[in-house]
Design a protein around this ligand. Structure first.
Ligand code: UN1
Length: 493
């Protein structure tokens, strides 16, 4: 599938103007065809980042004064624009990030859905009223924007994650300086273009494309009022610490090591299908991906046979080819990290239970990694295996066989992370045990561990998340602060 599309020109969006970056050259390559440049331009300089923060600060007061319905109308227009170009953008996403065309299109549609959800926020309750213990008084709790929000986003959902941070930030009346992952700058530019075309006033959204170091400069900036981040645990903790040192609230969505627990008596066909999707869709590059499978001993052979037979039918290749099930990782260096992880897991005693293939013309050092199922050794050795403890962020599933439901749940709770889990059973008592006993922010019963609707809270328990949850009405917790108003008339009646 040769693609002769010329490389798109990358630009920064600062104070309502599209301009060239002033720092080093940046290009994003197609990970399936590294010689093919998807987009190129110059990165933003630190000076440009500072101009972006100043522009967001200048725009903050007037944007906060715009009625929420009008702010929402901009998001609704942007949603329609994204939907109108979902095919083109979905292809650009697949070429730049490596997920399949269907997933790329789906992600663009999802970004539009998120913009639409927040676009309608003006129709929902804007605060609370309490009764007062005093006559002639009511107590109101009103919500106000924080001010200037820094948004730092990862490569794996180049348009949906930015949408679910930027849409609530804007609709609640904040202005934004956004630094996307430099591996997927084109999709960031596309979202900013849609919001610009939808009529966002100048300075309300600023896009600075550049290296990770810009994120540190952003969190240290004295005019910043809040920072929302999704990405690795290491970077998230650094940003949270830097924000705390300055009194700036930080919301960080970080890693996951999500388990699917398949109990005896589960519908094994359904479980095999959903575990396959959870582990290998988007090449395993979701913070909600299934990277651990815990299966009750008596159904383990049966489940693994069904899972490997389905995975055996999957083909890995150029994600722009609609017949492909799994694309490459985002880059050759990400793939090398995952291959090193598999090797370390095998050295620590894991057995390769199944390994798919990579395209014939892809080299050993390409961005492709074959989908891999590792069976871990019995006992405490498994608990130290890197495939059990570390987030590989790739198409690797570590499997353990549990002797009982209690043991399966205990294993699922191991580790620092607590983002999502999936439990497969037909027994409502076990479901209730899972709801009580699994220490996760998101629990799927008989569906894969990934996936999130825009109107409900999203985020992890334990060390997976920091600060208020994202999405739905929880987003308001982070993007606004409250003023409690003791309201009396001037003349007592
Ligand atoms: C999903 O499960 O569809 O970075 C969304 C991530 C998550 C989003 C997952 N914050 O992968």
């Amino acid at each position: 599938m040769a693609n002769n599309t010329p490389a798109a020109a990358l630009r920064q969006f600062i104070a309502g103007k599209w301009e060239d970056g002033e720092a080093a050259r940046l290009s994003s390559a197609n990970p399936a065809r590294p010689q093919e440049t998807v987009a190129e331009g110059n990165q933003a300089s630190v000076e440009q980042l500072k101009q972006a923060v100043a522009a967001a600060s200048d725009a903050a007061r007037s944007w906060a004064a715009v009625p929420m319905h009008e702010r929402g109308a901009v998001l609704l227009r942007a949603a329609a624009l994204l939907e109108g170009s979902a095919d083109e953008l979905g292809l650009e996403l697949a070429r730049e990030e490596g997920k399949t065309l269907a997933e790329g299109r789906g992600e663009v549609a999802r970004a539009a859905q998120i913009l639409r959800y927040y676009g309608n926020e003006g129709d929902r309750s804007a605060g609370e009223i309490f009764s007062s213990p005093r006559r002639g008084e009511q107590i109101l709790v009103v919500r106000k924007p924080l001010g200037v929000i820094g948004v730092v986003t990862p490569f794996n959902f180049p348009i949906a994650i930015p949408a679910w941070k930027i849409a609530p930030a804007l609709v609640y009346g904040n202005t934004v300086v956004w630094k996307p992952a430099s591996t997927v700058p084109l999709l960031a530019q596309r979202l900013a273009e849609a919001l610009d075309a939808a009529g966002l006033p100048k300075g309300v959204l600023n896009l600075v494309i550049g290296p990770g170091a810009l994120g540190s400069v952003l969190v240290e900036h004295p005019l910043l009022d809040g920072l929302t981040f999704t990405g690795s645990t290491g970077v998230g903790r650094k940003l949270a610490a830097a924000g705390a040192a300055r009194g700036v609230p930080v919301q960080a969505e970080m890693g996951g090591k999500n388990a699917a627990v398949v109990l005896a008596g589960a519908d094994l066909d359904l479980a095999a299908e959903q575990v396959l999707f959870g582990a290998f869709r988007s090449t395993g590059q979701k913070c909600t991906a299934t990277s651990r499978l815990i299966v009750e001993e008596q159904v383990a052979d049966d489940l693994l046979a069904r899972l490997t037979s389905r995975l055996g039918e999957w083909s890995t290749g150029d994600p722009a080819d609609p017949s492909i099930h799994m694309g490459p990782l985002v880059s050759a260096s990400a793939a090398a990290d995952v291959r090193r992880g598999i090797d370390a897991a095998v050295s620590a005693g894991a057995r390769v239970a199944f390994q798919g293939s990579i395209p014939r013309d892809a080299g050993e050092d390409s961005a492709f990694v074959a989908p891999t199922i590792l069976e871990l050794p019995e006992g405490s050795e498994a608990e130290r295996n890197p495939a059990w403890t570390e987030e590989f962020f790739g198409p690797v599933l570590a499997v353990r066989r549990a002797a009982s439901t209690a043991q399966a749940f205990e294993w699922a709770n191991q580790g620092d992370y607590g983002l999502s889990a999936a439990v497969f059973t037909q027994d409502v008592t076990r479901v209730l045990d899972a709801v009580d006993g699994l220490d996760v922010g998101i629990l799927h019963v008989n569906s894969e561990s990934a996936g999130a609707d825009p109107h409900v809270p999203f985020g992890g328990a334990k060390k997976s998340g920091y600060g208020p949850k994202e999405q739905g009405q929880s987003a308001r917790e982070f993007f606004t602060h409250t003023t409690t108003v003791y309201l009396r008339g001037g003349t007592p009646g």
